[in-house]
Design a protein around this ligand. Structure first.
Ligand code: AMP
Ligand code: MG
Length: 343
């Protein structure tokens, strides 16, 4: 489908993020001052991926668009744990048996995930795979019983994951252990897609993998790419908007995948302590230079809670946050306060 609006109108309406307004398959191309702007959406990684490209001409735009989507497809092939043939699925299948050789890239993502676990004092935990599987479940609204969860506790110890940089192998020492990069992989994929879109000649753009968004460069008009942060309890409403310049944004929210039973909300972000849905926040939005940092931190800080989480954000350079606690109170990090606008 071709869309023919002028670019200014298009950007005025383009609030990305946590609200993605594109229709699947829609491509809009707008020639303005020697720039074309194109936007296209496809389903990958089990979610809607929207790419926006600012390029000098339509052929570069098309090349950058293809490069971005191809990179995301490649990473899905490498990192998914739902498909049996990916590197991480092989690592999981050999848990308790043997170390598995993986690509340098998979090794590095696992190392970065373990760094994130360290940083968030275990709030972010890629060894939670068995617990995620017990709830996976969420779709069928299955609530695992306490005994089942307690039996999984020895399997979710991220400190026992053995990564060998020399042999380039990963070993999960106990049978039944499972790595799950669902809390960090989309941010990493957004970073990588940006690299490939730039390499293909894009001047600027946005990669939005569901709520994981990475921007680069400037839109043809305006200073940055506008994004909105969703209200965690009022569907379709925003709590704030801001502009991003060469930054990533990611939100972990208890409203993204959830069900309510007997007045209790069950959602997809688990506390590594209880293996139950984490209860300290309604949503955590992180802004950082890298998508992998924004994505890992949003999940980890959701578990850590508003006080410890905001203290961590304030201690990190180039990281900002909007945290909404369990009661619905919003806290904004010091470097973001004069950047947020009301929707
Ligand atoms: P996000 O949407 O980035 O918060 O990631 C949520 C996904 O990360 C879930 O669907 C699980 O696959 C996984 N996950 C859940 N809880 C955690 C946790 N505490 N640490 C790391 N990953 C988690
Ligand atoms: Mg995350």
């Amino acid at each position: 489908m071709m869309c023919t609006h002028r670019v200014r109108a298009a950007f005025n309406r383009m609030v990305f993020g946590l609200i993605i307004t594109v229709l699947a398959g829609c491509l809009a191309t707008h020639p303005v001052s020697e720039s074309v702007v194109a936007k296209r959406a496809q389903m990958h990684m089990g979610t809607l991926v929207t790419l926006t490209v600012v390029a000098p001409n339509p052929s570069v735009s098309e090349r950058a668009m293809r490069a971005g989507f191809n990179e995301i497809k490649r990473l899905e092939q490498l990192l998914s744990t739902w498909r049996p043939d990916t590197e991480l699925s092989l690592v999981n299948a050999e848990a308790g048996l043997r170390a598995v050789k993986v690509s340098q890239e998979t090794l590095e993502l696992v190392i970065r995930s373990l760094d994130m676990a360290q940083l968030t004092r275990g709030g972010f935990n890629i060894a939670l795979g068995p617990a995620v599987a017990a709830w996976s479940a969420t779709e069928r609204q299955h609530i695992p019983d306490e005994l089942e969860l307690q039996q999984l506790k020895p399997l979710v110890d991220w400190t026992s994951i053995q990564v060998n940089k020399v042999t380039q192998t990963i070993f999960l020492p106990r049978m039944g252990m499972r790595i799950d990069v669902g809390g960090i992989g989309k941010g990493y994929a957004a970073d990588r897609a940006v690299v490939e879109m730039k390499r293909a000649g894009a001047r600027a753009g946005v990669v939005a993998i569901s709520g994981d968004i990475k921007t680069f460069g400037m839109p043809p008009e305006g200073h940055g790419f506008p994004v909105g942060i969703k209200h965690p309890r009022k569907e379709g409403e925003l709590i704030a908007i801001l502009e991003l310049m060469d930054e990533a944004i990611s939100t972990a929210g208890d409203y993204e995948r959830f069900f309510v039973r007997d007045g209790v909300r069950y959602h997809h972000i688990l506390s590594p302590q209880t293996l139950q849905p984490a209860r300290a926040c309604q949503s955590v939005t992180i802004i950082a230079r890298e998508g992998v940092v924004a994505d890992g931190l949003d999940t980890g800080i959701f578990v850590l809670g508003p006080e410890e989480g905001m203290a961590l954000v304030e201690s990190l350079p180039d990281v900002e946050a909007v945290i909404i606690d369990a009661e619905g109170t919003m806290t904004v990090s010091s470097g973001l306060r004069n950047r947020l606008g009301m929707p």
